[in-house]
Design a protein around this ligand. Structure first.
Ligand SMILES: [Zn+2]
Length: 308
């Protein structure tokens, strides 16, 4: 009996201490989320340590998310962010995982050296084409296409990441050997859509402007991706042209492109301009112009997915 009373007394003290501690404890987060998709907003709640007290909200990485004085968090880009609610007595924090809007594969067309050995132009195809063609080059600047495509690809990645996407770069260096089929397969495995970056060439130096290539509905390998790829092409091309001022030459159906025919996700091949046209060649080397192309394309991706 005596020991029971003692136990009760100990329990009473324990409960009291716990209650007291809880009472003097600082602000406590009462509503949060573990995962939020980039682009979304969510309201966090917290109880101040002292009734009627006020809570201040902060995030540790403002690049990833922002939070207003009422606890409304805006998720900006994929990554982890620590959300803290504080008052005069201390603080409480939770870690929030911001998931990407979507995953985008960017294939910077070509590479330092083309690969003339061949591969089938689509799954089960008997027709074969070189694994990677050499690409065109600037008639005036002499810069090869593979350098322009990678320069814009890097800028496009930056734009997409800042808009909350995850980006998979098919290549990040010039000195690689990745066939068009392998490029498509890498994109298929990792991403929701694929953007293939290229620059055009023509025997007629007066031709200029940008276009987008997508598979037709009768394409025997990826006909079922025609509609979505067309929508993607349209969205990316038109936003890119309006942002950069490039002449919009429109969309073209192409069923002979290995990198497109091996795709399992919506795909567009963007011809950003003609390197055989002197003024467009010069413009395509301009950092500012490249940035505009990238900004426009990123905007087009947002439109395609309905984020804007
Ligand atoms: Zn090309």
């Amino acid at each position: 009996m005596k020991s029971l009373i003692r136990l009760n007394a100990v329990l009473f003290i324990l409960i009291s201490v716990t209650a007291f501690t809880a009472h003097v404890k600082a602000a406590k987060i009462t509503k949060s989320a573990e995962n939020i998709r980039a682009g979304k907003k969510i309201k966090f709640d917290a109880e101040p340590g002292i009734a009627g007290g006020s809570v201040t909200w902060t995030v540790d990485k403002t690049k990833y998310a922002s939070i207003n004085s009422k606890g409304k968090l805006t998720a900006k880009r994929a990554g982890k962010v620590k959300v803290t609610a504080s008052d005069s007595l201390g603080s409480d924090a939770v870690t929030v995982n911001i998931t990407p809007k979507k995953i985008i594969a960017i294939d910077a067309g070509h590479q330092k050296k083309g690969d003339g050995s061949t591969e089938p132009i689509g799954p089960g195809a008997s027709t074969k084409k070189p694994k990677v063609a050499g690409g065109t080059s600037g008639v005036y600047t002499k810069v090869p296409e593979y350098k322009v495509t990678l320069a814009v690809a890097k800028k496009l990645k930056k734009q997409l990441v800042s808009r909350g996407y995850k980006v998979v770069m098919i290549r990040t260096k010039d000195d690689v050997n990745i066939s068009n089929k392998e490029r498509a397969q890498k994109a298929n495995k990792t991403s929701d859509i694929c953007i293939r970056l290229h620059a055009d060439g023509s025997s007629d130096s007066s031709v200029s402007g940008a276009s987008a290539l997508y598979p037709s509905s009768s394409n025997r390998y990826v006909g079922k991706l025609s509609k979505s790829s067309k929508a993607l092409s349209e969205s990316v091309l038109s936003a890119m042209c309006s942002k950069s001022g490039a002449r919009n030459r429109g969309l073209s159906q192409r069923d002979d492109l290995t990198g497109t025919n091996w795709s399992a996700i919506p795909v567009t091949l963007i011809e950003m301009g003609f390197m055989t046209n002197k003024s467009e060649d010069i413009r395509l080397q301009d950092e500012n112009y490249q940035k505009k192309l990238a900004m426009g394309m990123a905007e087009g991706v947002d439109k395609y997915f309905g984020f804007k």
